[in-house]
Write a protein of this length. Sequence first.
Length: 346
Amino acid sequence: AEKKVVFSGIQPTGIPHLGNYLGAFKQWVDLQEQASQGTTLLYSVVDLHAITIRQDPHQLRLWKKEMLASLLAVGLDPERSIIFYQSAVPAHSELMWILSCNASVGYLSRMTQWKSKLSLPENVSPLDPTTKTPLKLGLFSYPVLQAADILVHRATHVPVGSDQAQHLEFARECATSFNHHFGQVLVSPETIISPAKRVMSLTKPEQKMSKSDDNPKSRILITDTEEDISKKIKSALTDSTEGVSYDPVARPGVSNLLDILFHMTGSTFGSREDLVADCQNLSMRAFKSRVAEAIETEIGPVRERFHETLQRENGKYLSSVAELGAKKASTSATGTMNLVRDVVGL
Ligand code: ADP
Ligand code: NA
């Protein structure tokens, strides 16, 4: 059988929310549970990506630990998955530089997701769309780092949310173009798109739930208490139509709650239709408490493991997990870097 290598990453830019949990973590854990002997799984806390936006150093250090604890809390196992901080494995940055020397600025600027994010003008100094300050080179070229993250481990499969597909295209382009010049050295990865629908904001259900939303009521964190969950779901924006029905266009708020409920372990329904049929006569109040209970049932144990993991051995446990991950990930990257350096002539 072909050797399978799975790579995925998440930025340490806040406590993960239900969107990260359903859209990424659950799939990462499933892949771990289904993994056979020849499969390598790598999950990275991508701190080098986090600094493409200015971060407070104390806050970043804390977020890194919290993200590592989150990965363990949702069920990733450091014995079966390589869990590591990106910056602890310098090969990521080294390969990024080498790929940069072969990556087209034009191609990077034309990427559609990129364009909408940066709206690069033709001949004036480009601005960062958020801060309106001069665009930093690192933010512009982060897809090259993303490509290096994947290619340095010869990943064959990359689980992503549907919003990320374009960056995989770029990673494939980097691999193909490098191989064209230097021979069959890099492996082109395949995407595995998450089966979960995008989780939408609780307060603005036409937008995705995101760490970067200013309104804390817009998302459920994996560390929220039962009371937090209940309050946030109660205040989630729905509508005044009688009963519960699934219609993402006309009833985005209610449909988002149905999607969330459907993906929670509390849901014993084989299809969304069965679930909707079972909820249709509930009052909005009763429906919301059912959603809140289902979230608490699944998130409660994650929250407890999160706090246990952070405290464990006075924080030494997390450091030992990070150390083990860095060692294994460095080993995984070494083979590729030896080949790459050799063919380039370094
Ligand atoms: P955020 O936008 O909250 O900062 P990231 O960009 O760090 O999240 O994404 C980390 C992972 O979580 C990615 O795989 C992404 O596809 C997934 N993800 C993020 N937000 C959502 C969402 N609202 N619904 C589903 N998946 C999501
Ligand atoms: Na994001």
